[in-house]
Design a protein around this ligand. Structure first.
Ligand code: F0G
Length: 399
């Protein structure tokens, strides 16, 4: 069943609907799971479908590239430096290089369940990269709308290469989302942005995996970058479903990080207000989270509040610095948006919001190769040498 998160109006599973027709608010899929012992999941292949009882689509229709089961790395170099117990969940290791694959696997499976033949999305890059791959896998037609000139190179290459019809508009992500939503409401395509609640059903498996990875324990805190605010909402849903199933007792403080000039949710949290005021012209080098009007802000605010969490802002310089820090001290290469979680963690430790000794999980959402230009610009050019080993010797002896 699909339910409105504001007025509780109910809708059938096979209804194609994105917002409540009664009050206009956003929707959530209600997942009825009863009495499944957690041992059920052991010994299954380590992808999102190991939690199939919690995924409200037809398992036999599943569109999968073996997504999920991503690395969960204990990061003692950074953890010791900050005085915390740090783990990093590496979502860049998904098939198309971002966490979106979890949501697209379930979302395109729902598209198959419904019998639609065309899917679409607006995107800052990763959603389109993922959807175009899963649409190809499912044999569905696919259209994506992107903000012209503001999508990182690797993501654009993926969307184009997997065969989606790619449109670039003169506008930002928020404008692109309005355009594609209108096409969906006109019945032209099935919308697979995170306003579609089935997307979040896939992404909630991040939260489930984190507690599973920790041996059926909740961390004290989960920190992640926030853009359109679907992922923080989804992870909280996964956590609460596992709590309600009796697998864990405690829950983590959900902590969202936004870039300072694209921070409607963090601004509201910091102001102690429930009202999320859209940012007119969002900007940040972390183009993935260059979003001013997050569609899931109601769910995200609920997640932060219910979990006793918080939100913080970081500057582009702090993001770039954290991206390099994670790459060079732990060997984990992530795109700028993902590094916002590490930049936010550093800031929250400095401010005393994160306590010493806390068990913190940072979700890093996309691979470094998604945005090769930013990575290259952040580094020294390769040193040109002759093929004479002595030329190299003189340099490496001074490293
Ligand atoms: N990190 C990365 C790498 C992303 O691509 C996104 C969102 C986020 C974080 C934020 O997640 O929107 O659920 O709060 N990217 C979307 C896209 C908007 O179109 O690829 P969110």
């Amino acid at each position: 069943m699909i339910r409105c998160i504001s007025c509780n109006e109910e809708y059938d599973d096979d209804e194609i609907i994105y917002t409540c027709s009664k009050c206009g608010s956003i929707l959530e899929v209600e997942c009825d799971v009863e009495d499944i012992p957690r041992e059920t999941f052991e010994g299954r292949r380590d992808n999102i479908w190991k939690y199939k009882e919690f995924l409200p689509v037809k398992y036999e229709n599943r569109v999968s590239l073996d997504e999920g089961g991503t690395p969960f790395c204990k990061c003692d170099t950074i953890g010791d430096e900050l005085g915390i117990d740090l783990y990093v969940k590496v979502e860049g290791s998904n098939p198309t290089g971002s966490f979106k694959d979890r949501g697209m696997s379930v979302g395109t499976t729902k598209a198959v369940d419904l019998g639609v033949d065309m899917v679409g999305c607006a995107s800052t890059g990763n959603t389109s990269a993922s959807l175009s791959a899963y649409a190809a896998r499912a044999g569905l037609k696919c259209a994506v709308v992107l903000p012209d000139g503001k999508v990182a190179l690797g993501k654009l290459a993926q969307a184009m290469f997997h065969g989606a019809k790619v449109f670039a508009i003169d506008g930002n992500f928020d404008d692109a989302l309005e355009t594609i939503t209108q096409l969906a409401l006109d019945g032209e395509l099935y919308l697979l942005n995170s306003i579609n609640p089935y997307r979040l059903e896939g992404q909630k498996t991040i939260g489930m995996e984190v507690v599973h990875d920790l041996g059926w324990q909740s961390p004290d805190r989960i920190i992640l970058p926030v853009g359109n605010a679907g992922n923080i909402s989804a992870i909280w849903k996964g956590i609460t479903e596992f709590r309600d199933a009796g697998y864990i007792k405690d829950t983590p403080m959900m902590t969202g990080i936004q870039a300072v000039d694209s921070a409607p949710i963090a601004n509201a949290v910091k102001a102690g207000s429930d009202e999320v005021i859209p940012v007119e012209n969002p900007e940040t080098i972390a183009t993935a989270i260059r979003i001013g009007a997050p569609v899931s802000s109601l769910k995200a605010m609920r997640a932060i509040k219910e979990s006793n969490g918080t939100a913080e802002t970081v500057t582009d310089d702090e993001i770039l610095d954290a991206q390099k820090y994670l790459a060079r001290s732990e060997g984990i290469g992530v795109e700028p948006a993902s590094a916002a979680s590490i930049a936010g963690l550093r800031k929250l430790v400095e401010n005393g919001v994160v306590d010493k000794g806390e068990k913190v999980v940072c979700i890093v959402t996309g691979h470094v190769l998604k945005d090769p230009n930013v990575a290259i610009d952040a580094c020294e050019e390769p040193t040109k040498v002759s093929s004479d080993p002595n030329d190299i010797k003189s340099v490496i002896r001074n490293l």
